[in-house]
Structure formats: structure tokens, C-alpha cells
Design a protein around this ligand. Structure first.
Ligand SMILES: Nc1ncnc2c1ncn2[C@@H]1O[C@H](COP(=O)(O)OP(=O)(O)O)[C@@H](O)[C@H]1O
Ligand SMILES: [Mg+2]
Length: 289
């Protein structure tokens, strides 16, 4: 039995941990990157499961994306790919916003648009009500580019800012969201195959973003209060391994912020002691049986 790890970033510590764990359990493991494939001829891979721990469809050029998608589709013909290719392809914050709206799951008021006037109108309406606005790259992660708008009021300044933002971070799609006054932390639930395998509470005294990658701290969270919600979110996205971020609002409601397609789990492991790489290996092995 063998597992192929397909990633554009094989040096990541979390990926190495999973590879080592699978080898320890007697599996044949090899890693390949998109540039190890030359189409149209796919190599004979002899893999039962393909583990794709990467946001490889969400960085790089549109041409790379199309090329990688073709490889993934071919891989899916001969093996089980995790996360499923369709869920990887559909992955974006705006897709999640749409799914959550359809399912009636709690989410901050949001707009996704290429139209700068629409983005402006959305932001202005919130600012006028003394609310704040969060801008995010639709496929970003780790808090990068997540920005809060609070001080700008003049139309010219706001439009100028939006134009700068899209050039710097958003690549043409504005994703704006109402800022939710909150309790000073968010909760990341790591979901594997419809089970929450670990939770962390993240906080930061100096930044509204609680991501550990931008200076936040993490501690273990033993309260399963958001487990059902996280599993429902994972289910809605089709992601088999994902990190769901939930923000408890000051109003007592939990707001779903996002479901990560490839969640880094180092901080969660450190905060909780949960051997996440073993849980991932358990899941991949369960697919082989
Ligand atoms: N609408 C919001 N209201 C309040 N805080 C938010 C909001 N959206 C994001 N944040 C903060 O910013 C962090 C990063 O946002 P998130 O949507 O998870 O993007 P990323 O993919 O970069 O992690 C969150 O963990 C949270 O602390
Ligand atoms: Mg996040």
C-alpha cells in the first residue's frame, strides 16, 4: 500500500511529520510536486491515496492553476485524493460565504465583488453606522492581507484605499465583511473526516487578527461547544481535512469566519499536545482499508 504526497511545498514541517508517521506504519510514501509531472503522459504512480496538503490551486498563475488541476483530476482517476479535488477547486472565502448563507449558518455580513463602487457602497454603509469593515484576500491564509477599515470616511480616500488594496492583496476581487466586536479570541477547530480532532483558542492583545502567524498566541480549548458547527461547515465545503475558524461575538453568537483548505497545525499541536500528524495518518490509512 502506498501514499503519494502531492504538494508544491514539500519542505513544510507538518507535511514531513505525516510522511514520517506513514513510513513508521510501514507504508510506501513518496512526494511529488506539480513540476514532477509532464503532461499529457501521466507516470504510473502505484498510489492508493494521494495526500495533497497544499493550497496549490490558490497561489501561482492561472496557467499553473489549470495545469495543476489537470494533474489532480488525473490523480483522482487512479486514487483517492485528500482533500477531494472538487473541494479544493471550490475553496475560497466567498464560496464559503455563499454556502453558509444557503445553510443559514452564522457568518458576518459579507460582500464579494469585482466592482469597486459596490465595494465602496458596502463599506460606506457599515462605516456610517459606526461599524468597522474587514477586507480579506478571498483565498488567503494566516492573516496575511486581512485588514480593518475604520478611520476612512471620504469617498475619494476610501476608493483610493480600495484600489490600493486590490493591487496589493485582493487580485481584483473585493471581499469585505462586517467587523464583529468579539470576546478577544477565536476558536480554531481542526476537522478530519467529520470529527473534531483538536481545538485551540487564539488571541492577540495588539492585533485584531488572532492568527498565530501574525503574532497571536494559542492555548488548548477543551470545550466542544463549536464542534457541531465546525463539522457542519466542513461538510458544507466537502473538505475532509480542514481548519474551521469561529469567532464568538460580543452579542453571544458564534460567527464562522472561514474553513481552511490546508490548515497548518503546528501551533495547535504545540498548544494542545495532540499529535495531529498521527490523526491525519489514521485517516489516510482508513482510506486504504
Ligand atoms: N469579520 C471579522 N470580525 C472580527 N475579526 C475578524 C473578522 N474576520 C477576520 N477576523 C480576524 O482576523 C483573523 C483572520 O481572518 P480569517 O478570515 O480567518 O483569514 P485568514 O485566512 O487570513 O486566517 C481571524 O482569525 C480573526 O481574528
Ligand atoms: Mg483564519
Amino acid at each position: 500500500m502506498s501514499v503519494l504526497i502531492f504538494t508544491d511545498n514539500p519542505g513544510v514541517q507538518e507535511v514531513k511529520l505525516v510522511a514520517e508517521e506513514l513510513r513508521r506504519r510501514g507504508l510506501k510514501v513518496r512526494a511529488m510536486a506539480p513540476w514532477d509531472f509532464s503532461l499529457p503522459n501521466m507516470p504510473n504512480l502505484d498510489a492508493d491515496v494521494v495526500y495533497a496538503p497544499s493550497n496549490m490551486l490558490h497561489r501561482g498563475s492561472t496557467y499553473e492553476l489549470t495545469h495543476r488541476l489537470l494533474i489532480l483530476r488525473e490523480l483522482e482517476k487512479v486514487a483517492t485524493v485528500i482533500n477531494p479535488v472538487e473541494s479544493m477547486l471550490q475553496y475560497s472565502k466567498e464560496q464559503l460565504s455563499m454556502r453558509l448563507a444557503k445553510l443559514g449558518l452564522p457568518h458576518p455580513s459579507t460582500i464579494a465583488t469585482e466592482n469597486v463602487e459596490e465595494a465602496y457602497a458596502f463599506a460606506y454603509a457599515l462605516l456610517e453606522k459606526e461599524k468597522e469593515v474587514v477586507l480579506k484576500p478571498t483565498c488567503g491564509a494566516r492573516g496575511v492581507g486581512v485588514t480593518k477599515l475604520s478611520g476612512i470616511r471620504r469617498r475619494d480616500d476610501l476608493l483610493q484605499f480600495l484600489v490600493w488594496y486590490t493591487r496589493e492583496h485582493a487580485q481584483g476581487v473585493y471581499y469585505l465583511q462586517e467587523y464583529i466586536p468579539n470576546l478577544g479570541y477565536d476558536v480554531r477547530c481542526l476537522v478530519i473526516d467529520d470529527n473534531v480532532v483538536g481545538r485551540e483558542r487564539r488571541f492577540n492583545q495588539t492585533d485584531f487578527r488572532y492568527n498565530v502567524a501574525v503574532g497571536g498566541s494559542a492555548e488548548a480549548c477543551t470545550d466542544p461547544i463549536y464542534d457541531d458547527l465546525s463539522i457542519a461547515v466542513a461538510d458544507a465545503t466537502g473538505l475532509k481535512i480542514c481548519g474551521v475558524d469561529i469567532l464568538p461575538g460580543e452579542d453571544g453568537k458564534p460567527y464562522v469566519l472561514e474553513a481552511n483548505c490546508y490548515p497548518g497545525y503546528k501551533a495547535l499541536m504545540e498548544a494542545t499536545g495532540i499529535p495531529v500528524h498521527e490523526r491525519i495518518a489514521d485517516y489516510l490509512l482508513s482510506l486504504l482499508r
